[in-house]
Design a binder for this molecule. Structure first.
Ligand code: NAD
Ligand code: DAO
Ligand code: ZN
Length: 369
């Protein structure tokens, strides 16, 4: 079928809006009509050329929501008409990783997903007979996309696509890092570095978990007001701190953070996030994705004296199990998504979404089809 899509032909170039060819779902696959998709920093990272796994030409996008239109042979868990959120971290419930219960990093389709193709090694997208790569197994910057059955979470039908698409990445990543990865407890002191589309969800996760002090750190002063609405008790602009930021934060948190979260992708900030943690027990969670080849550093004595460095992908969430629950939380008013969606644009204006992000003017832009 012919579908409208935004194609990334080259790194650091605007996306091209055009009609591409999409082949139907094969065994174990589903065809989904994408109704809405968020534009995340990670799409920009891949488009910039800094992503070592980045392939071109590709159809980017990993934060969508839509409706199943057709299923391939052998599909049993969803059927046409089901509302779904695509999962860049699938959940097969059968691989060694899924069965371990120790990680959400299902490996069932990892190799082919990283190569930009479906599990049978081929792409469903093409332009003029030439294949176009899938991205993160989701490619939500297309009006229709094909996904493995294990990479869709079935959600309730009354949830608005243009809001719950954000649960496909940012919301789940931020809230999940607090609940699943750090396991923040009531009364904890938390420091969140970067108050963008991920960090603000960490803030609302920390508030949900009952954190006491929630410090938000951002170089953009415009982030303060929204972050306060989402639950920060203190805002710190590193540019306005005299002297070293780490002792300043240790003092503010009365001895150090119980938990800190890096939501930027800056390796120097990752070090600050670890070192502002409380001696003996502070846990620092890296969420931000750093540029290819970059490395983190600290003095090993930071770890010897009890600080713990962790990472979190998709908030440690098992998508098919956890995403429908997070949709319920939104529908029950437990979490706020609406105030984070600062812009809604048609697919034809998707390049504007990247401009708004780079200018620090948007938290999330949602593209509707
Ligand atoms: P964003 O651009 O919306 O937010 C980043 C924020 O960091 C901005 O508010 C910016 O002003 C602030 N910032 C930049 N440099 C800073 C500094 N030196 N000190 C303090 N604040 C600074 O980005 P986002 O969408 O929130 O994504 C954040 C990171 O999370 C990205 O690296 C993204 O790739 C990554 N990410 C990770 C996962 C995961 O599963 N681990 C999922 C999605 C996104
Ligand atoms: O190696 O098993 C694996 C999965 C790696 C992908 C993890 C994705 C999380 C970080 C990228 C940000 C996604 C928006
Ligand atoms: Zn698995």
């Amino acid at each position: 079928m012919q579908v409208k899509a935004a194609v990334a032909y080259q790194a650091a170039q605007p996306l091209t809006i055009e009609t591409v060819e999409l082949a139907g779902p094969r065994t174990g696959e589903v065809l989904v009509e994408i109704k809405a998709t968020g534009v995340c920093h990670t799409d920009a990272y891949t488009l910039s050329g800094a992503d070592p796994e980045g392939l071109f030409p590709a159809i980017l996008g990993h934060e969508g929501a839509g409706i199943v239109v057709e299923v391939g042979p052998g599909v049993t868990s969803v059927r046409p008409g089901d509302h779904v959120i695509p999962l860049y971290t699938p959940e097969c419930r059968q691989c060694e990783y899924c069965l371990s219960r120790k990680t959400n990093l299902c490996q069932a389709i990892r190799t082919t997903q990283g190569r930009g193709v479906m599990p049978d090694g081929t792409s469903r997208f093409s332009v003029a007979g030439e294949p176009v790569f899938h991205y993160m197994g989701t490619s939500t910057f297309a009006h229709y996309t094909v996904l493995p059955e294990i990479a869709v979470a079935k959600i309730r039908e009354d949830a608005p696509f243009e809001k719950v698409c954000y649960i496909g990445c940012g919301v789940t990543t931020g809230i999940g890092a607090v609940i699943n990865t750090a396991r923040v407890e009531p009364g904890a002191n938390v420091v969140v570095f970067g108050l963008g589309g991920i960090g603000l969800n960490v803030v609302q996760g920390a508030r949900l978990a009952g954190a006491d002090i929630i410090v938000g750190v951002d170089i953009n002063p415009a982030r303060r007001e929204l972050a306060e609405r989402f639950g920060i008790t203190h805002f710190v602009n590193p540019k306005e701190v005299e002297g070293d930021l780490v002792p300043y934060l240790v003092n503010l948190t009365k001895g150090g953070a119980d938990y800190s979260f890096e939501c930027i992708g800056n390796v120097d900030v990752m070090r600050q996030a670890l070192e502002c943690c409380h001696k003996g027990w502070g846990v620092s969670v890296i969420i931000g994705v750093a540029g290819a080849g970059q490395e983190i550093r600290t003095r090993p004595f930071q770890l010897v004296t009890g600080r713990v460095w962790k990472g979190s992908a998709f908030g440690g969430a098992r998508g098919r199990t956890d995403v429908p629950k997070i949709v319920d939380w939104y529908m029950e008013g437990k979490i706020n998504i609406d105030d984070l969606i600062t812009h809604v644009l048609p697919l034809s204006e998707i390049n504007r979404a990247f401009e708004l992000m780079h200018a620090g003017q948007s938290i999330r832009t949602v593209i509707t089809f």
